[in-house]
Design a protein around this ligand. Structure first.
Ligand code: MG
Length: 370
């Protein structure tokens, strides 16, 4: 039996090519924390997290501080007992889903590598699924958003995710009307209000958009507002997707039982990693509900792990895997690739197949716990 011998915490800050703007504010840098877990056989696994303080209540400093505590608690334990380790992390602290995700991802990577299996096979999936990513249009003035949407279509994207959530009855409807007129009818448009609307804004905008062929709408109203989520899910002509309202499997059960969403957006950074994400997908499958996989501002490493998870579940129909495309530089070797049609694929390398580029790593601060 092997033991966890050392954990490295690697906080990094990566510049985005341009600011990423949602209804909750703008972001210019991705503040990521990578976690490397080593075992007594000399193997290691690597995971990543990207906390958004306005969504997780976590900061990069906080992920490092609590990450050190988690590392100390895991050292000496058998890395194969992933479910026990997830339970231990949950017992130690509530919330903090993003740093728990980085540890969970590193443990899955380590265990799959040790068996020589790509992570999707370790999880029981297959690569027969076609996965195509969208690209996200930030929340800006209507004209800037139309120009950005047009650029993405020129670059070959067939699916656009458009950030909305400005207060006011029809201002967001005007944005989507203009974007639909610009890109034509053959482009899929999905929207995300990031909790920006109230019920009246939401129902007015969604009703107005009913003939604009909008695929679905993420998180129209506040994540805690179950009452309005229920009303909207029953009244909206556009399917409602729970994102911030569903962090983990207990949220998924609560929201689906209450008929407060038609669809669920699964992110490893919300669920606390793959272990809980599998439970969300299972609950959604039992309810015959389709899911999306989504991202914060993770690099190709975090999104590679997400793609392996995606390959396990046939009810994951939507793929929002564009966060690595927003980074100015790519610090990752191996892992997922994008085709020119924006199909996403991974290889059969053991684990999730991605790692930090050693050239990049040379200039990083590494905090070692052993
Ligand atoms: Mg969202």
């Amino acid at each position: 039996m092997s033991r966890i011998t050392k954990v490295e915490l690697i906080p990094v800050q990566l510049q985005l090519s341009e600011p990423f703007i949602i209804s909750k504010g703008a972001l210019t840098h991705a503040k990521l924390t990578f976690i490397k877990i080593y075992d007594s056989d000399g193997a290691y696994g690597i995971g990543e997290c990207c906390p958004y303080r306005s969504i997780h209540g976590e900061t990069q400093e906080g992920t490092v501080a609590f990450g050190k505590d988690l590392a100390k608690a895991l050292i000496g334990l058998d890395p194969a007992h992933i479910t026990n380790h997830v339970a231990l992390m949950n017992k130690m602290i509530v919330g903090n889903a993003s740093i728990k995700c980085a540890f969970d991802m590193a443990l899955y990577d380590l265990n799959a590598k040790k068996l020589g299996l790509p992570l999707y096979r370790f999880l029981g999936g297959s690569r027969e699924k076609y996965i195509e990513t969208d690209n996200t249009v930030s929340l800006m003035s209507k004209d800037l958003m139309v120009a950005k949407a047009s650029k993405f279509v020129e670059r070959g994207f067939k699916i656009l995710k458009v950030k909305l959530g400005e207060r006011g009855r029809l201002v967001d409807y005007e944005r989507i009307k203009a974007i639909r007129a610009e890109v034509g009818d053959n482009i899929t448009i999905r929207i995300d209000a990031n909790q920006g609307w109230n019920y009246q804004d939401a129902i007015t905008n969604l009703n107005s958009m009913k003939d604009l062929d909008v695929e679905h709408c993420e998180e129209p109203v506040h994540a805690d507002n179950l009452f309005d989520q229920q009303r909207l899910t029953s009244a909206s002509p556009i399917p409602i997707m729970a994102d911030e309202a569903v962090f983990n499997h207990t949220d998924a059960l609560r929201v689906l039982k209450a008929n407060a969403a038609d669809l669920i957006n699964i992110k490893l950074g919300k669920s606390g990693g793959i272990n809980n994400a599998m439970k969300i997908a299972g609950i959604a499958e039992a309810a015959d509900v389709y899911c999306q996989v989504g991202s914060f501002s993770e690099s190709r490493l975090g999104i590679s792990a997400l793609v392996h998870f995606d390959y396990v579940w046939s009810n994951i129909k939507f793929h929002d895997l564009d966060s690595p495309l927003m980074l100015k530089d790519d610090p990752i070797i191996g892992g997922l690739t994008y085709s020119k049609d924006w199909q996403v694929d991974i290889t059969d390398e053991p684990g999730h197949g991605a790692d930090l580029d050693p050239v990049f790593l040379k200039n990083c601060d590494i905090i070692s716990v052993n």
